[in-house]
Design a protein around this ligand. Structure first.
Ligand code: NAD
Length: 354
């Protein structure tokens, strides 16, 4: 067996159906008496409904959470935190809302309770990606890691099929890259394989029957596993490229991950045969890159970055940015290879089998 280092992140996880009713008890455990709820504009009604049950313990609902965590939104939210004297934040939503809670916690060290309603997995990581002037900058810090995650399957039942698929593939990307991360270890690899398998089973079932509660529970469980993977080991080409693309062109996060993943995997495949075999096994196919492409496209996901608003000249700009930003990857980064990868993702072509 290879030597390894395993770093476990602390955190309390409550998983089930109807668990959101335990928010008050969790706030009590944290000693929090002035909760600020966070949401996107689309989920403000849901956040207000949940907040209402907590009475005077809630001091407000801030509902301007935005994808890619722009720092101007965080500054605005910070003024609300200070004005209301909040002593904890409760994030009700997907990665965008969790991102805002993390950005506040990074600046204040306030405790966070996250109630995830997508499969992004951000709730299980000490990572924050903030965007300013078209650049997404990522930091990792213990203050960023949420104290409590309350997974309530009931709140995911409304996630539309298209978003379920792309959000699920975003989570799968965490697990795939964890399998070939520099810091990979046997525990995280187990979680990664289980996480990928959970989505390979759950997503087709959700696409067939969106209110399949068992499938929804399996997907949410997969989200946690995949989030733990992202939070525990370093990432590589796929995540770094998506950060570059997200920051430069403001592409929708989960759909962009879905379109890029098969190509990033195809790029790294020859350098990571063991990880590829584990991904393929978890998907129940014989090739990781084409298996990921077929899973996503078969469930109706858009596979071409051009359909998400990426300009064609953006391919070269993104290659330049990606090369500037040195980071570890199992296979050396080569300009021509990256250009080919991004051209394929731009066009949405099926990758070649390894
Ligand atoms: P999102 O949070 O932007 O949500 C997309 C839309 O879906 C929003 O309008 C939201 O209100 C709505 N929505 C969420 N849950 C719903 C539900 N159950 N029913 C109906 N509508 C619902 O999307 P996302 O993909 O979860 O998050 C993307 C963001 O998360 C990006 O900014 C990304 O950088 C970040 N992220 C961070 C990490 C990390 O570890 N730091 C990991 C993954 C994603």
């Amino acid at each position: 067996m290879q030597d390894f280092v395993y770093n476990g992140n602390p955190g309390r996880v409550i998983f089930g159906s109807g668990t959101v009713s335990r928010l008050g008890d969790e706030a009590e455990r944290l000693g929090a008496k002035r909760l600020l709820f966070l949401s996107t504009p689309e989920q403000v009604g849901q956040a207000e409904d949940i907040a209402r049950h907590l009475g005077t313990r809630v001091v407000g609902v801030y509902s301007k959470a935005t994808m890619h965590t722009p720092v101007d939104v965080t500054s605005d939210a910070m003024s609300v935190v200070e004005k209301l004297g909040a002593d904890a934040v409760v994030s009700i939503g997907g990665g965008s809302t969790t991102g805002l809670g993390k950005a506040i916690a990074f600046r204040t060290d306030l405790p966070q309770i996250v109630v995830p309603t997508t499969y992004a997995g951000s709730e299980a990581t000490p990572i924050l990606g903030e965007t300013e002037n078209g650049r997404k900058v990522t930091k990792s810090d213990a203050r960023i890691l949420p104290e409590v995650i309350l997974y309530d399957v009931d709140l995911t039942m409304t996630l539309p099929v298209s978003m379920s698929v792309t959000s699920g593939l975003n989570a799968v990307a965490h697990a795939v890259e964890a399998l070939y991360a520099r810091e990979t270890n046997p525990i995280i690899s187990l979680l990664a394989e289980q996480g990928i398998a959970a989505f390979a089973q759950a997503l087709p079932a959700i696409a067939r029957t969106p209110d399949d509660r068992e499938a929804r529970a399996k997907a949410l469980y997969g989200a946690w596993l995949c989030g733990v993977c992202l939070g525990s080991v370093g990432m590589a080409l796929h995540h770094k490229l998506c950060h570059t693309l997200g920051g430069m062109f403001n592409l929708p996060h989960a759909p962009m991950h879905t379109a890029v993943l098969p190509h990033a995997v195809a790029y790294n495949a020859s350098a990571t045969p063991e990880a590829m075999a584990r991904v393929a096994k978890a998907l129940g196919v014989d090739d990781a890159a084409t298996g990921l492409f077929d899973l996503a496209s078969g469930l109706g996901a858009a596979m071409a970055l051009q359909s998400m608003g990426m300009p064609k000249e953006g391919i070269d700009e993104a290659v330049e940015q990606a090369m500037l930003n040195a980071y570890w990857n199992p296979k050396p980064l080569v300009k021509d290879g990256l250009r080919q990868l991004l051209s394929n993702a731009y066009e949405g072509t099926r990758p070649r089998r390894a």
